[in-house]
Design a binder for this molecule. Structure first.
Ligand SMILES: Cc1cc2nc3c(=O)[nH]c(=O)nc-3n(C[C@H](O)[C@H](O)[C@H](O)COP(=O)(O)OP(=O)(O)OC[C@H]3O[C@@H](n4cnc5c(N)ncnc54)[C@H](O)[C@@H]3O)c2cc1C
Length: 459
């Protein structure tokens, strides 16, 4: 980047909001994945007008712009793969409106998920997607990745709650999509196109979100299965039982072992453990649904079913699930958390397949995840300095993605494509779909300045 270009950036955002200091460039070179690439400069913008001016300059000078929320992405999403500028929107963090009457919240992209949660709480409302990284990640990042969470089976993902957006396109034009109405079939659904577009089509500067009343009651149960297929059939049974649990989580044998090695929880090291939560506006409603869930657990040979009788017992049952990520991350020098997603009926075959892949490539994979929507998190644990082991992990990951697609599923249910899965896009998307995605990228970002090198879009 030329010194004159840096001066122009300084004049757009102000001296205090520009940096080419090494400490910032190193900080902005990575996200929560293993990928890293250093940018040449970083800016903190605080209006759509500034962003338009930055994008205009990028088009004129030909440097890439990678927009960044909190950098908690797990697939090399906000890593500036081809250098250029990192555009940090963390300071555009105002909640512009909360209207309970309209059931909407209007926010800037840098609002942290937990801040919106806190602002909605006094009204008894929530923004349901609930990603586990909610204390840090931004709503702009949630839109960029279509974030979801443990409640996806019942409440869906970010895309289901975005009513409208303001977006600066890659050519610098500012566009508004959608509106505050609960229903609209007016024109193509551009809002949904931009949700999950990983900062490659446009830069979101304002978001209109649908919010929901918070359920007041929950019921929680944990079930232990000696046999994986029984657990898989129990998942399908629950989903066909006429109720939809708000949570249906699964922990596989390797994960249970790892938790035991690192905590005092002393869990049974069985094939699978399922954790279910139901919710409603009365305790009776939550309990009725839980009875249907427990019937399915019992009908499919659960060895033990523990039902929480109080909030503190429910918190005890949640402990194992909540410890997964941190416990597994400590076991080996490196880890990669995948998020393949399969139809619910294929959860057991997928889990069995993961075990076969681990054995075939002699790698360590521990799996947990959201059985209720088929979104599983096989976590590869390895030593990245060991080239042989790294090679085996890469080969195993390729088999994992192929299996997920063969079972009717997808490469990613939450974490996005980014750099990590770009090479596998064509496993899932046929040539016509790839061609259309690349054409859309070209229309929105003709000079390929927005987050280039990702999602196999610029091949
Ligand atoms: C411990 C941990 C737990 C996690 N749990 C979950 C989980 O339960 N569910 C889940 O879905 N994810 C989860 N994640 C992944 C991550 O938190 C989400 O992908 C989150 O949505 C990223 O938000 P962010 O603000 O950090 O965005 P970043 O990582 O900064 O960016 C993510 C992508 O969005 C784009 N982007 C950011 N802001 C904008 C904008 N304003 N306009 C256009 N594009 C934009 C970026 O360019 C990038 O491609 C987890 C991560 C960690 C580390």
């Amino acid at each position: 980047m030329r010194p004159e270009t840096k001066d122009q950036l300084r004049s757009i955002v102000g001296e205090a909001n520009f940096s080419d200091q090494l400490i910032d460039l190193v900080s902005y070179s990575s996200d929560a994945s293993e990928h890293a690439h250093r940018p040449q400069a970083a800016v903190w913008a605080d209006s759509a007008e500034e962003i338009q001016a930055i994008v205009g300059l990028a088009n004129a000078e030909g440097f890439p712009v990678t927009v960044r929320g909190a950098g908690t992405g797990l697939s090399g999403l906000s890593v500036p793969a081809q250098g250029g500028l990192v555009l940090d929107l963390g300071r555009m963090d105002k909640i512009l409106d909360i209207s309970i009457g309209d059931r909407v919240a209007v926010v800037q992209p840098g609002v942290v998920y937990a801040s919106l949660e806190k602002a909605l709480a006094p009204h008894g409302y929530v923004f349901p997607p609930d990603p586990a990284s909610g204390k840090a990640c931004t709503l702009g990042g949630n839109v960029g990745t279509n974030a979801g969470g443990v409640k996806g089976a019942k409440y869906g993902t970010t895309r289901d709650y975005v009513l409208g957006l303001s977006v600066v396109l890659g050519d610098g034009r500012l566009m508004k999509t959608g509106n505050r109405a609960m229903k609209s079939v007016s024109g193509f659904d551009l809002t949904r196109l931009f949700v999950g577009s990983e900062g490659a089509l446009g830069i979101v500067t304002e978001i209109i979100l649908k919010i929901s009343p918070k359920p007041l009651a929950t019921a929680t149960t944990l079930a232990i299965f000696d046999d994986l297929e029984d657990a898989g059939r129990a998942v399908s049974g629950v989903m066909a039982s006429g109720v939809i649990p708000s949570v249906l989580e699964i922990l596989g044998r390797e994960t249970l072992k790892a938790i035991n090695q690192n905590t005092e929880l002393n869990l049974p090291e069985v094939d699978a453990m399922l954790l279910a939560e139901t919710d409603g506006y009365t305790q009776g409603e939550a309990d009725y649904q839980m009875e249907r869930v427990v019937e399915q657990f019992s009908a499919h040979n659960a060895r033990e079913v523990k039902r929480a009788e109080s909030a503190s017992q429910a918190a005890e049952l949640w402990k194992a699930r909540k410890s997964c990520y941190a416990v597994l991350a400590r076991l080996r020098p490196n880890f990669t958390l995948e998020d393949i997603t399969v139809p619910m009926s294929q959860v057991a075959p997928m889990l069995r397949g993961v075990q076969d892949i681990a054995a075939r490539h002699q790698v360590q994979i521990a799996t947990f995840g959201h059985a209720g929507d088929g979104n599983l998190h096989p976590q590869f644990l390895y030593d990245g300095a060991d080239q042989d082991e790294r090679g085996r992990v890469e080969a195993a990951a390729g088999d994992l993605f192929q299996l997920a697609v063969d079972l009717g599923g997808t490469l990613t249910g939450e974490h996005g494509i980014g750099l990590s899965k770009a090479a596998y896009m064509t496993l899932e998307h046929d040539p016509v779909a790839m061609d259309l995605m690349r054409s859309i990228k070209k229309v929105c970002d003709p000079n390929n300045i927005l987050n280039p090198g990702k999602m196999a879009l610029d091949v």
